[in-house]
Design a protein around this ligand. Sequence first.
Ligand SMILES: [Zn+2]
Length: 534
Amino acid sequence: MSALDTLEGRLIVSCQAFEGDPFRDSGSMARFARAAELAGAAGIRVNGVEDTRAIRKAVKLPLIGIEKAAMPDGAILITPSFEAAKALVEAGADLIALDCTARGQAYGALERVREIRAGLSVPVLADIATEEEAEAAQAAGADAVLSTMRGYTAETAGVTRFDPLFIERLVARLRVPVIAEGRIDSPADARAAIAAGAYAVIVGTSITRPRDIARRFAAAVEDEYRARRGGGYVAAIDMGGTNTKFGLVSSAGEMHWSATEPTPAASGARGLLEHLQGAAGRIVEQARARGAEVSALGIATAGWVDTNRGVVAYATDTLPGWTGTAVAGPLSEALQIPVYIENDANALALAEQRFGAGRGLSDFVVITLGTGVGGGCVVGGRLRRGAHFVGNAIGHLSIDPAGPVCICGQRGCLEAYASGAAMLGYAGDAYANTESLVAAANAGEAKAQSAIRETARHLARACATVANLLDPQALILSGGPAQNNLLLAKEVEAEVKGLVPAWELRRLRVSCSTLGYHGGVLGAAALALSHEAV
Ligand SMILES: [Zn+2]
């Protein structure tokens, strides 16, 4: 049985500390390794000859040795020479890992994989950041690939969280085992890695860096405290197909400054990125005028967003060229602050959770009515995006199999029955916009009220599906047609009551968002703030 075989389906703990860290001594690393062994870890990742020797004495587990060295380009490279690998094996390492990213390859990594395997007879593990690098490492003879470098190379700089989909893609593409490493912050992440097909999981920071663990708690405590007292700013942008709203938002959700500009929808990815950067620049200026800095930028955009990579996964023709655009990485580099991007309906759910009707609730669903119909589901306190970031498509719940054909290919999608245009249509197009229709209904006009009842009847059928599936505490109606539309909320609740079982058991309430015109901007702010607290 090779050292690699013993790692299958198990946890490996990376025991490393930076210079200057209170735990930066080999004795501390050995004690971390011993604790990991007692906890049931199957292997240890260790940096440097001295630590390898100390840990070898402390534990019986296989050791993955690495040597981090500064290169002529000024950056660190993992195990840059055969000699370094040889010294690690002599000190007690059973496997060797090395940087096989494009940069590592430029420093001869692939040749080194062959050299170490042949010369030292130990399994060689390739630290990579992309599928292409993984393939090259496999072709060079690497015994396994590790996702270690994902998010730490120029090309993958937009990746700020562990991405199980990347593991899934590697597993599908490679013959050799894939070991998940990098930003695995919780047992849930580790579980997701195994579910995605990982051979083993390596966790470092979240187990062996008390300073980072304490910092995460300190930030969460301070952020929440600040949020309750006001103070602390983020920049927030809500970019729709027609208009872009943006503003300077405090951590308590106060809009300190805001503006609206037309979205240059036809200008392509580059034009849209420039537009976003320009808006962000104006917000930063406004913060500075108040003697403050923004700590992060949140962006809500039309289209589906791969939030792990900060990339627009899919956008319709309303924003031509937007599909596939990397947003968070390039903007973060240009602005020198963390940038987060999210689908606009999901962002509204985050806004309700932090600032609106979703506060204090663990389970609720936001349904946004507008040109289309969308939504966001919060389950167990967390926004659910789905495995491929295309969940929450409430507008495409079919409520009538004989209904009109939708852009998605189905018939009778909710979107056709509950959009702003649909509501106006039920009133015989007697009102110029939903704002005046709602005002007329509130003033007692029968035609407007019956249009709202009609909308509610259709909406309730989709809400019943959602309620049966998720059993939420609240359904929050958002968007223009829901503004001040208490009749709509009341009618939807009454209709849903008749459509779902066990109504008496449920505490399901339907309400209208009170966040108003800037709900999307607040959602973008909530997105930035939730990351800042992590
Ligand atoms: Zn549809």
